[in-house]
Structure formats: structure tokens, C-alpha cells
Design a binder for this molecule. Structure first.
Ligand SMILES: [Zn+2]
Length: 99
């Protein structure tokens, strides 16, 4: 049980740090480089928290990780993060989003 609390606390801290880095930072190259490992680490923590149900959580977490990485884009012009799947233009500055 204490392990679960430590994992939950780590996940909360990681999500808070992720929010600060990926929402407030305007460096699109940095975000592209570190967003996939961030999402993957977060998913791994969720699977570890599931403990005995890891075999049920793992496929769902993998699907969420894949969708999250594929649908999140970063604007080259202003560095904003677009969470909208298949968005073609930045919601902040209107620049065209590239892959
Ligand atoms: Zn933009």
C-alpha cells in the first residue's frame, strides 16, 4: 500500500511538472523531444499503480499513450501546445501546424 501512495504522489508531481513544462514553455522543439517520453513515463506509472490489474490496464494505457502522442501538436511559430486531434492551425496564433 505505501508503494501505491508513493507511485500516486510521483504521478501527481510528474503531471504538475508536465503541465508547467508543456503548457507554459514556448520551445516547440523541446516539447517535441520530451513529450513522448513524458507521456510514456506517466502511462508506466499508471500501469504500476494498477498492480494486479496491470494486464487489463496496460493495453488501455498503450492506446492512450499512442493517441496522446499522435494528437498533440506544437506550433513552430509561437510554441503553443495544441491538444486538438488533427488541428491544422494553431489556436493561439493561427499559424499552420506541421507534423
Ligand atoms: Zn502558434
Amino acid at each position: 500500500m505505501p508503494t501505491t501512495i508513493i507511485l500516486l504522489f510521483t504521478l501527481v508531481l510528474l503531471q504538475l511538472a508536465g503541465y508547467l513544462v508543456f503548457s507554459r514553455n514556448s520551445d516547440a522543439r523541446f516539447k517535441r523531444r520530451y513529450f513522448p517520453p513524458f507521456v510514456t513515463l506517466s502511462g508506466l506509472l499508471v500501469v504500476l499503480i494498477a498492480r494486479d490489474g496491470w494486464w487489463l490496464a496496460a493495453p488501455l494505457v498503450l492506446l492512450v499513450i499512442y493517441r496522446q502522442i499522435k494528437s498533440t501538436q506544437f506550433c513552430d511559430f509561437c510554441g503553443a501546445t495544441s491538444w486538438m486531434p488533427q488541428a491544422r492551425f494553431c489556436a493561439t496564433c493561427g499559424a499552420r501546424l506541421t507534423d
